[in-house]
Design a protein. Structure first.
Length: 286
């Protein structure tokens, strides 16, 4: 992702208020929740949008800056001085080149995960289309996320039950991870979604890999199949909304599952076409 590909507008200075690991120490994945104070009172964002992080260089290929987007993981709040606070959910990313065997470190993720309270950084944005909240509180909402794709749903659900209030439609969250240790905001370190379990309209369903130490895929399709009847009701309900967040390859999985749930590929194409046309299919993929 290149900085010049975005109309970044004004840059803002931000200060790290807190950085905490939200995956257990026994997990092979390090994911951190990083809370920032933006030193510009006019700065605003909406749920479902992303914040740009600019990593100073120099970097490889002669780039002076490295640019990445991160979804906001909480609703907008302001401190006593009126400065907005932004919460990011960041996974430390490293990978081994399959040809050379060399270990590479993700530039932006390691930069953010290494920051300490009091450190400063440059951000910009926000970017992307906000998650729309239906005006009708009886609307059914199907939320499907993978990995750090859970971040916008954490903010979205908090907004539904804390700010909008009295939500009467069904809210069904399906969240996938390789193991229970990687279920962000649904683990022993930080279980934010637990505060909504007593809400009559809210239910969360976990989709885990059957063999987390192997390369088996996360069983999102099984979790959805188990609730096929209810999911079909939401997909075909004129007052149903579908929200998707996570890596782009989640869409292929969902197409396969929804084809089976709908009865045929043709039926699913027709249903999805209507959802997209009516603005009831919302994607946040990367």
């Amino acid at each position: 992702m290149r900085l010049q590909d975005y109309d970044t507008g004004e840059n803002y200075r931000a200060v790290v208020l807190d950085s905490s690991r939200i995956t257990a120490l026994g997990s092979p994945e390090e994911v951190r929740e990083i809370r920032l104070e933006v030193k510009q009172q006019a700065f605003e964002f909406q749920i479902g949008q992303s914040i740009g992080v600019i990593v100073p260089g120099p970097h490889e290929m002669g780039h002076h800056h490295h640019f990445r987007l991160y979804s906001v993981a909480d609703t907008l709040s302001r401190n006593q001085d009126g400065f907005p606070e932004v919460t990011l959910c960041v996974k430390r990313c490293n990978y081994i080149d399959e040809y050379s065997g060399e270990l590479y470190f993700g530039i932006a993720s390691n930069y953010l995960c290494d920051l300490q309270p009091g450190d400063t950084l440059t951000i910009n944005g926000p970017f992307g289309i906000p998650f729309p909240v239906p005006e009708d509180k009886t609307a059914d909402l199907l939320l499907i996320g993978m990995g750090t794709g859970i971040a916008p749903f954490r903010a979205f659900i908090k907004h539904l039950y804390r700010d909008v209030g009295n939500w009467q439609g069904r809210v069904r969250l399906f969240y996938g991870a390789r193991s229970g240790l990687e279920l962000l905001y649904m683990n022993d370190e930080k279980d934010d979604f637990a505060q909504y379990y007593d809400e009559e309209t809210f239910q969360a369903f976990k989709a885990l890999s059957p063999r987390p130490s192997w390369s088996d895929p996360i069983a999102l399709d099984d979790a959805l199949d188990d609730r096929a009847e209810e999911i079909l009701e939401i997909l075909t309900n004129k007052n149903g909304y579908i929200y998707i967040a996570g890596r782009l390859d989640i869409l292929a999985v969902l197409d396969k599952v929804f084809c089976a749930i709908s009865g045929s590929a043709e039926q699913w194409r027709e249903i999805k076409s209507g959802l997209v046309k009516e603005g009831r299919w919302i994607e946040l993929t990367y």
